[in-house]
Design a protein. Structure first.
Length: 303
């Protein structure tokens, strides 16, 4: 049974088709990335998962519990860190987390609250009123609120947007630990280096539809490959290699070329073709493509 099962979710706002039939199965213990440009439908999907919005059609289950017909059980299994800094200005950090615990029927939760605050560097702010906190500290409290009931599925919607490096490191250390302990993590972020470093599998949304779904390594290897950047001291690029040039203008501009390489096994045949053509290499670099290359390539495709 999947930790999070999303079946053909559709949602329309008047003339806007926010989600056009999204289906995903996220397994227990995964660290899953949900990526896409602004307006792709990520936040709408998260709102439906959290039960804050209703899909026009389709179903979502969390550990087998339907988010509509079995909402209470589904919500117990889920913790969501929203994008927006939403907080009650009349309570301290500890009071806020105790109240959040109460929503889940947890009356004696101080030990876990203390542990969460310690791991998010909130201990020295425990008795500080929420309105007196900086934006970064408020973001930490949002994360803590999502974790007070120890949910097996944690959804992080842009959790590090606009926060400092220290918080990002602190957050990922704690979330990484929870993931290793078996919690399922779903992350949306515009920091693609974070997604590449953290996520085992990634789905990319565009115009409300899944346009790519694979392991992080698979996306980088299969869709974008690597690049060989070479500069020739003498000779020219053989005719048989010109189809590999990623920037056609380089064929007109001189002796530097960027070639698409899908596998390192393709390097030696390229070098052999250059030798056979009498070309002499002045400089050569192999550059591994990253998730940003893949993202730009997919989002740039007309679909």
């Amino acid at each position: 049974m999947a930790a999070l099962q999303i079946n053909d979710i559709k949602k329309r706002y008047q003339s806007l088709q926010a989600l056009g039939g999204v289906s995903l199965a996220i397994e227990e213990g995964e660290f899953f990335g949900l990526l896409g440009p602004n307006g792709a439908g990520k936040t709408t999907l998260i709102s439906i998962i959290a039960g804050l919005n209703r899909a026009d059609s389709g179903t979502v289950t969390i550990h087998g519990h339907d988010v509509v017909s079995d909402y209470r059980a589904a919500r117990m299994k889920l913790g969501v860190v929203p994008q927006e800094l939403v907080f009650d200005p009349f309570f301290t950090v500890r009071e806020t987390l105790r109240m959040q615990s109460g929503y889940f029927g947890l009356s004696s939760n101080d030990k876990w609250i203390d542990e969460v605050m310690e791991n998010l560097d909130l201990t020295n702010k425990a008795d500080t009123n929420m309105r007196a906190l900086s934006g970064g500290m408020k973001r930490r409290v949002l994360v803590a609120q999502a974790l007070v009931h120890k949910p097996p599925v944690i959804v992080l919607d842009e959790p590090t947007a606009g926060v400092d490096v220290e918080l990002r490191q602190t957050l990922w250390q704690f979330i990484g630990r929870l993931n290793r302990e078996g919690h399922t993590i779903v992350l949306t972020t515009h920091y693609l280096e974070e997604a590449q470093a953290l996520c085992n599998r990634i789905a990319m949304l565009k115009f409300g539809k899944v346009v790519a779904l694979d392991s992080t390594e698979g996306l980088i290897r299969r869709i974008s490959g690597s690049q060989m950047v070479l500069r020739l001291k003498r000779g020219s690029l053989p005719e048989g290699l010109k189809s590999l040039v990623t920037h056609p203008e380089e064929l007109l501009s001189g002796n530097k070329y960027t070639l698409r390489v899908n596998d390192y096994q393709e390097v030696e045949p390229i070098l052999a073709a250059l030798r056979a053509a009498g070309a002499e290499i002045d400089d050569l670099q192999l550059q591994q493509a990253d998730l940003e290359d893949v993202f730009i390539q997919i989002m740039g495709d007309e679909k």
